[in-house]
Every structure is written in structure tokens, then in C-alpha cells.
Design a protein around this ligand. Structure first.
Ligand SMILES: Nc1ncnc2c1ncn2[C@@H]1O[C@H](COP(=O)(O)OP(=O)(O)OP(=O)(O)O)[C@@H](O)[C@H]1O
Length: 241
């Protein structure tokens, strides 16, 4: 379980996230939504411990983040929105390269299953710079989740991929969730959000303004539109859901 208590984030003098408190349940699949610039990626980086909050505290299984740094590194997997791969390596070399850098011994069965599910074996000998966007995103996902993390943090894992690649990625993420892992992922696509999430987390106006099940979302949607509908981007998100 991850708990954020009164957490805020300011970059230089700009407050990007106002103080907020929330809990991520163990084993939940949380779809994070919100207009551009609402603070979703910043939130995910704080949870990934890639960035520190300006105020407030984060805890993991009841212990402050500062006391469980090693566990955070092994049990949390973070897949960034920007693809950071070595372009001149083949997919096979890429996987081998990142595998060597992992501190924890990589579970071979898990890795092979992920490669199969994402169909990466089909492009094993191709260089990354020759791959389409969808394949590159799959390789990025594979590298980010290689350590078989208990908690998977994904910043727009299907951005810019075609429908077939999207289905492969969603099927893999669904399986990870069904096996008990916690998923937190940012998406702008209601199709995948509804398919994969048991909870939605909506960010707007520099803070989370809704967290709840799909049923609670349906019940509160019109109240949210009444309250926040003046923000056109947010209104569209709510209306299209
Ligand atoms: N390292 C940084 N330094 C300064 N400002 C930053 C930094 N990272 C993010 N910001 C600012 O914080 C705000 C929130 O950014 P963030 O990327 O978290 O939003 P987002 O909801 O993920 O947006 P998007 O949907 O466009 O990815 C933006 O105004 C952004 O410019």
C-alpha cells in the first residue's frame, strides 16, 4: 500500500501540485486521467521516488519512503512517457543490456512471458531505430518492467501506438493486474481506461479531484461536470467518459 500524506510539489516558484492526501490500495489498477499540465506525470514521479515532494510524506507498506529506498527500487517499476532506448542496439541486445544493469536477478520465466505477450520475439534481431512507434513503446515497457515489480507505474504506456499493439499492451497489463500487481497508469483513452481500471484518479487544478471505482465515477460524473465544467478541457474529459 502506498500512502501520500499532505504531499505537494513546487518547481522553482510554481506550485504544480497543491497539498493532497490519498492512498493506493495494494492490487488495484488505477487509471490516471486529467487535462494536460494537471500534474499527473509529476504525481507518478513522486510515487516512483524519482522526485521528492516539496512538502508532505509518502509511505510504502506503512514505512516512510526514506526508510525503504532499496525496496522501492526493486518493488516499483516505472515506465516513462519518453522512450529512452539505445537506438543502435537490436531488441535482443537492448533487453540484454538493461538486464545486466538490474540489481535484482531477473526472473527468466517472467521476462520470457512478457516478451511473448508483447510479441517482441518477432522483432528480436531488428535495431530499435528501425522499429515503428508501437514496437518501440513495447520495448520501452519491457525494459521498465523487467524486474517484475510489485507496483507498475506507467506514464501513457500506449501513446502513439496502433490498435493491434495497444491490444497486446493492454492484454499484458491486464494479466499483470490479475496476477496481483498494483498498476497506476496515465492515459487519455477512455477505451483502455475502462478496460483496465478498477479505479479512476482524476487530476485537475493541480490536485486529485476524484478517486473511486467506475461505478462511483458514473454516479459522481454529473456533479463533477457542475462543479468543474467551466474548465473546457476537463469538461470534455468528463463528458466523453
Ligand atoms: N521539472 C520541471 N520543472 C519545472 N516545471 C515542471 C517540471 N515538470 C513539470 N513541470 C510543470 O508542471 C506542470 C505539470 O506537469 P505534468 O507533466 O505533471 O502534467 P501532466 O498532467 O502529466 O500533463 P500531460 O498530460 O501534458 O503529460 C506543467 O505546467 C509542467 O510544465
Amino acid at each position: 500500500m502506498i500512502h501520500l500524506d499532505n504531499v505537494s510539489k513546487t518547481y522553482r516558484s510554481k506550485e504544480v501540485l497543491e497539498p493532497f492526501t490519498l492512498t493506493i490500495r495494494e492490487g488495484s489498477s488505477v487509471g490516471i486521467i486529467g487535462p494536460n499540465g494537471a500534474g499527473k506525470s509529476t504525481f507518478l514521479k513522486l510515487v516512483a521516488s524519482l522526485d521528492k515532494p516539496t512538502s508532505g510524506k509518502l509511505s510504502f507498506d506503512g514505512k516512510p519512503y526514506g526508510k525503504v529506498v532499496r525496496r522501492l527500487r526493486t518493488e516499483i517499476g516505472y515506465v516513462p512517457q519518453d522512450i529512452a532506448l539505445y537506438e543502435e542496439l537490436t531488441v535482443k541486445e537492448q533487453i540484454a543490456f538493461w538486464r545486466k544493469l538490474e540489481k535484482k536477478k531477473v526472473d527468466e520465466d517472467f521476462l520470457q512471458k512478457m516478451i511473448r505477450m508483447l510479441r517482441l520475439d518477432e522483432v528480436y534481431s531488428q535495431r530499435v531505430d528501425q522499429l515503428s512507434g508501437g514496437w518501440r513503446r513495447k520495448v520501452n515497457l519491457c525494459v521498465g518492467l523487467m524486474r517484475n515489480p510489485r507496483i507498475c507505474l506507467l506514464d501513457e504506456p500506449t501513446a502513439g501506438v496502433d490498435l493491434a499493439a495497444k491490444e497486446d499492451i493492454l492484454a499484458w497489463l491486464k494479466q499483470l493486474h490479475q496476477e496481483g500487481r498494483t498498476l497506476l497508469y496515465i492515459s487519455h483513452d477512455w477505451y483502455e481506461l475502462k478496460k483496465l481500471s478498477d479505479e479512476f484518479l482524476l487530476f485537475a487544478e493541480r490536485k486529485p479531484i476524484f478517486q473511486g471505482s467506475q461505478r462511483e465515477w458514473s454516479e459522481k460524473r454529473s456533479t463533477l461536470i457542475d462543479r468543474y465544467g467551466a474548465d473546457q478541457d476537463l469538461r470534455r474529459i468528463l463528458e466523453f467518459s
